[in-house]
Write a protein that binds this ligand. Sequence first.
Ligand code: XMP
Length: 508
Amino acid sequence: SIIILDFGSQYNQLIARRVREMGVYAEVVPYFEPLEDILAREPKGIILSGGPASVYLDGSPTIEKALYEQGIPVLGICYGMQLTSQLLGGTVERADKQEFGKAELIIDELESPLFKDVPNLNQVWMSHGDHVTVLPEGFKQIAHTDSCIAASANVEKNIYCIQYHAEVTHSEYGAKMLENFVFGVAKCEKNWSMGNYIEETVKSIKETVGDKKVLLGLSGGVDSSVAAALIHKAIGDQLICIFVDTGLLRKDEAKNVMEIYGENFHMNIKCVDAEERFLSKLAGVTDPEAKRKIIGKEFVEVFNDEASKLTDVKFLAQGTIYPDVIESQSVKGPSATIKSHHNVGGLPEDMQFELLEPLRELFKDEVRAVGRELGIPAHMVDRHPFPGPGLGIRILGAVDKEKADILREADDIFIKELRAADLYKEVSQAFVVLLPVKSVGVMGDERTYEYTAVLRSANTIDFMTATWSRLPYEFLDKVSNRIINEVKGINRLTYDISSKPPATIEWE
Ligand code: XMP
């Protein structure tokens, strides 16, 4: 495997994903993990990530120098290059000209294993304020740009350094260079595939669970569904799923989930119709955070009520995925990792279960691949995320059944049209918001006075920042016509053109 030591770069997860796409297992580990623990993982290669710090400042992240003496190939990227150079006796300085963006890489040593099948002169992505000015002894410059030493190597010790970010797609041959390091230098073997993963995980779930029962809150979202399918494959009816219909779900959600996972997969699912409970608690409440709290609390209560009817449940399964794990071990400190949302409302702390998290090692695209291999239909595996509080935070102001029904219809049209136009996968999250605002319209000869709705569609990589989707006018026109004509209760539609920040993706 490859270990990525994380110095806080925004690209650290990307490095791991690139390596895994090559069929090699990669994990992201905080830079301060003790060397012996790193070695215990038996890595074939170590990649030092980029990071926001400056190596010459006091207290900047560092590692034990002995790491370079283990006979394990090392690739330092950006901060990783600067740290390696400084620790081994070179010099790092603030650059006169900081580089952010594309730069032309001129290779000085075309024979270097790092540049196998990479042409001289190619584009790379730079993002740095510091650079290496003097290389340590034993190192040689193997590439440059017009403003810096772009790559260096100590061939004897198998240590390679690059100033640019090979992991981002803007680096034309970046993937190739990473591949050269992983296979050519670190001599890794391809043995990471979702087929293998399923096989091994099924085996380990069987061993862990034995003849005990496992409880899982199935939301219909990608993570909980794939976790359920995987556990079900391992232990069949020992898995008990609880699906809570909050009355705030998308159109036909409960029906679809029961059809796919209950009937087709033969999973043991208890569908709890809790619409009445949720809507009565929400009646008249307009404050977004108050609504969130009510929905979260009610969810836990409904789930508890159902769970307490079961006996012999030893495990609670959750769809935790690798980015959550990396985030929780983040090296950036608490301020950079504020995450205000939890997927399924958060479960009670006093529940006496052991956790079972079969997707903990997987990135989202890998979770989807596992889902596909397990036979979950494509339209479920490629779904956009859906917030725990559901339509409760997409009906602005007070929530009631009439509004929820109106919103469900409108949202369903928008989503189906996105799919029909092959746009669904082009956007990261799309939905309709219902405003507590009525306006005047005319339909046939009649005056109407109905609600205003908003189409929201966002493009994002990490949901921390986002832009509004540039959907074609013709498409928007079609959706608008359909919603206004077909959904009773809405006579006016707008398109949200706000970016995040300063807006958020949801309206509440
Ligand atoms: P915002 O609106 O903060 O949303 O830009 C970012 C992402 O988080 C989702 N979101 C939530 N998910 N519970 C959740 O489980 C919540 O209370 C919640 N609020 C927002 C939102 O859908 C988007 O994907």
